[in-house]
Design a protein around this ligand. Structure first.
Ligand code: HEM
Length: 496
C-alpha cells in the first residue's frame, strides 16, 4: 500500500522550512538526529516539496527510480547561478522534455539535435569510459610527470591565470549557490566573468585550428586545440542548435572543467594530509606504490596502481569523510511512487551522502566492523578479509571455502571492496545519473598520490597542522576544503 510521507513540523505556514535551507547540510543532519525512525520525511520551502530519504533501502530505490525522475532542475540551478548560463539557454534545456533514454519519451516532439540533456549526458559518459579512459589516464600521467619534472611551462598557455581564477572561484561556491548578489561579492563575479571569457577565447582559438566534427574512430582521441575528443563532441552537437550560443557553450565547459577538477583537488589534499599525519600508513602506501613502479621510480603500472587495496581503501575513505553531497531527483513527468511512498509531480527527492557516511547502525548492518568511529578517518575501512561475504549473501556462502592457514605464514592480504555499501557510500551519487567521471577521478587521485610520493618528501609543519578540520560551509555541495591553511614542506627525494 502506498504511504504519504509526513511533513516535518514547522513554525511559519507558507514559508514552512525555507529558512532552514540557508544551511541545508546542517538542517539535514539535524533531521537525521531528531527522528528515531529512518523513514522519509517531507520538507517544504514555499510551494516546493522535498522528500528526504535516509534509509539505505529507500536510497537505493531513489537511485533505481532514475527512469522516472530527472536531475534537470538542480543541474540547471547550478548552471544558471554558479556558471551564469544565459536565460535563453535555460529555457532551451527546460523545453527539452524528451527524457534521458536513447529513444525520446512518448509524446515528446523535440528534434534529435535539440535533445540537449540527453546529448550532454551521453557524451560525457562515452568519452570518460573504456578505451577513452585508458587514453586519458595515460595522458594525465604523462602531463603530471612533465609538470612535476619541469614546473616551468609558462609560454604556451592561452590564459595563464585560468587556474588561479578557478581556485578563487571555488572559494565562492556556497555564496553563489546561496544566491548572494554581485554587490556583496564583486570579486567572485569578476573572476567568473573572466573565466567564461577565457573559455570562449579558447573555443574560438580551437575552432580556427581544428574541425570539431572529426569524431570518427580513426580521428585522434586528443589534439592540442580542443584537447580530448569529449570537448570536440560537446562543441559539435552544440553547434547544431542556435540556442547553444558562445556564452552558453562557455558556461557548459566551465561547468565541466569545474566539476572535473574542484572535487579532485580538494580530495587530493585530504589524501596527502591523512598519509602525512600517519607515517605508518604512508610507509604502507609507499610499499604498494613501489610494488607498481620500476626501480628508478618512473613508469608506474597505471592499472596495477589503481587496484592496490590500501591505496583504494584510503581513497574511498577520503571521499566518505570529506565529500558531503546532496543528490536530488525530481518527479518531472508524473506523480510517482518510490520505496512505497507517494511523490507528487515536480517534487524533489533528496539524499545526503554525509548522513549515510556517518550512520553507524547501517554500516554495522552492512557487515562492516567499525574499528574506528565513522567520524574518524580509518584508511582500512574498506578492507575486508579475503573470505568476507556481505551479510545479505552470507546464507549462500559455500562452507569450507577457506583453506586452513599455516599459523607461521604471514596474514593474507586484505582486499578492497565497496560491496554492500550501495546507499551508504555514494560520493558520486547513483543510478543512471551517477557521476560519469568517477573512474577517471579515482585514477587521477591514486596516480597523483603515487607520483607525488615517489618524487618528493613531504612533511606537515607544526603541531596545529595535524588538527585540520573540514569546512562545513561547503556542504552539501561536494568536497570539503580544510578550515584555514595547513603548512607543509616539500623537497625532491634524494636520488638513490
Ligand atoms: C572526487 C571527485 C568527484 C566527485 C566527488 C564527484 C561527484 C559527483 C556527483 C555527486 C555528481 C551528481 C551525481 C548524482 O546526482 O547522482 C556528479 C556529476 C557529474 N560529474 Fe562528478 N565527481 C567527481 C569527479 C568528476 C570528474 C573527474 C568529472 C569529469 C572528468 C566529473 C564529471 C561529472 C559530470 C559531467 C556530472 C553530471 C552528470 C549528469 O548530470 O548526468 N566528475 N559528480
Amino acid at each position: 500500500m502506498l504511504r504519504e510521507v509526513p511533513v516535518v513540523p514547522y513554525w511559519i505556514p507558507g514559508l514552512f522550512h525555507a529558512l532552514a535551507f540557508l544551511d541545508p547540510a546542517e538542517f539535514l543532519l539535524k533531521l537525521q538526529r531528531r527522528f528515531k525512525s529512518d523513514a522519509p520525511v517531507q520538507l517544504r520551502a514555499g510551494p516546493i516539496r522535498l522528500f528526504f530519504y535516509r534509509n539505505v533501502e529507500d536510497i537505493k530505490a531513489v537511485f533505481r527510480a532514475s527512469k522516472r525522475t530527472t536531475n534537470k532542475s538542480t543541474t540547471l540551478f547550478a548552471l544558471r547561478n554558479l556558471f551564469d548560463l544565459p536565460k535563453s539557454a535555460v529555457q532551451f534545456y527546460l523545453d527539452d522534455n524528451s527524457g534521458m533514454g536513447q529513444r525520446p519519451r512518448k509524446g515528446s516532439n523535440v528534434a534529435p539535435e535539440n535533445r540537449i540533456n540527453y546529448l550532454i549526458a551521453l557524451n560525457v559518459k562515452t568519452y570518460l569510459s573504456s578505451h577513452y579512459l585508458e587514453d586519458l589516464d595515460q595522458r594525465y600521467m604523462t602531463a603530471l610527470l612533465h609538470h612535476l619534472d619541469s614546473f616551468n611551462i609558462t609560454d604556451e598557455w592561452l590564459n595563464p591565470n585560468f587556474v588561479d581564477d578557478l581556485l578563487v572561484f571555488q572559494q565562492y561556491i556556497p555564496d553563489f549557490l546561496h544566491l548572494l548578489p554581485s554587490w556583496l561579492m564583486p570579486r567572485a563575479f569578476r573572476v567568473r566573468k573572466r573565466l567564461l571569457q577565457n573559455v570562449k577565447q579558447w573555443h574560438q582559438h580551437a575552432h580556427r585550428h581544428y574541425d570539431c566534427s572529426r569524431l570518427a574512430p580513426e580521428d585522434p582521441n586528443w589534439e592540442p586545440y580542443f584537447g580530448s575528443k569529449l570537448m570536440r563532441a560537446r562543441e559539435n552537437y552544440s553547434l547544431k542548435t542556435t540556442e547553444m550560443t558562445p556564452d552558453a557553450r562557455a558556461t557548459e565547459d566551465l561547468g565541466l572543467i569545474f566539476v572535473a577538477t574542484t572535487n579532485i583537488v580538494t580530495s587530493m589534499f585530504w589524501f596527502i594530509y591523512e598519509a602525512l599525519k600517519d607515517r605508518d600508513l604512508l610507509s604502507r602506501l609507499n610499499e604498494e606504490i613501489s610494488d607498481c613502479t620500476s626501480s628508478n621510480g618512473t613508469d608506474p603500472e597505471i592499472k596495477k596502481l589503481t587496484i592496490q587495496p590500501l591505496l583504494q581503501s584510503t581513497y574511498a575513505e577520503v571521499l566518505r569523510l570529506y565529500v558531503a553531497i546532496a543528490a536530488s531527483r525530481v518527479a518531472e513527468y508524473n506523480d510517482i511512487n518510490v520505496a512505497g511512498y507517494v511523490i507528487p509531480k515536480d517534487s524533489y527527492m533528496v539524499i545526503y551522502s554525509r548522513s549515510s557516511a556517518l550512520d553507524h547502525a547501517a554500516w554495522a548492518r552492512a557487515g562492516r566492523t567499525l574499528i574506528k568511529p565513522l567520524e574518524e578517518f580509518d584508511a582500512e575501512r574498506f578492507l575486508v578479509d579475503q573470505d568476507w561475504v556481505r551479510p545479505s549473501l552470507a546464507g549462500f556462502r559455500k562452507p569450507g571455502h577457506t583453506p586452513a592457514r599455516d599459523p607461521d605464514s604471514p596474514q593474507p592480504k586484505k582486499r578492497f571492496t565497496v560491496e554492500g555499501l550501495l546507499g551508504l557510500w555514494y560520493p558520486y551519487g547513483g543510478g543512471d545519473r551517477i557521476c560519469p567521471g568517477r573512474h577517471y577521478a579515482k585514477h587521477q587521485m591514486v596516480l597523483s598520490f603515487a607520483t607525488i610520493f615517489s618524487k618528493f618528501d613531504l612533511e606537515l609543519i607544526g603541531s596545529e597542522a595535524s588538527k585540520a578540520a573540514p569546512n562545513m560551509r561547503y556542504a552539501p555541495f561536494g568536497a570539503l576544503p580544510p578550515v584555514g591553511k595547513i603548512p607543509f614542506r616539500i623537497k625532491k627525494k634524494a636520488a638513490i
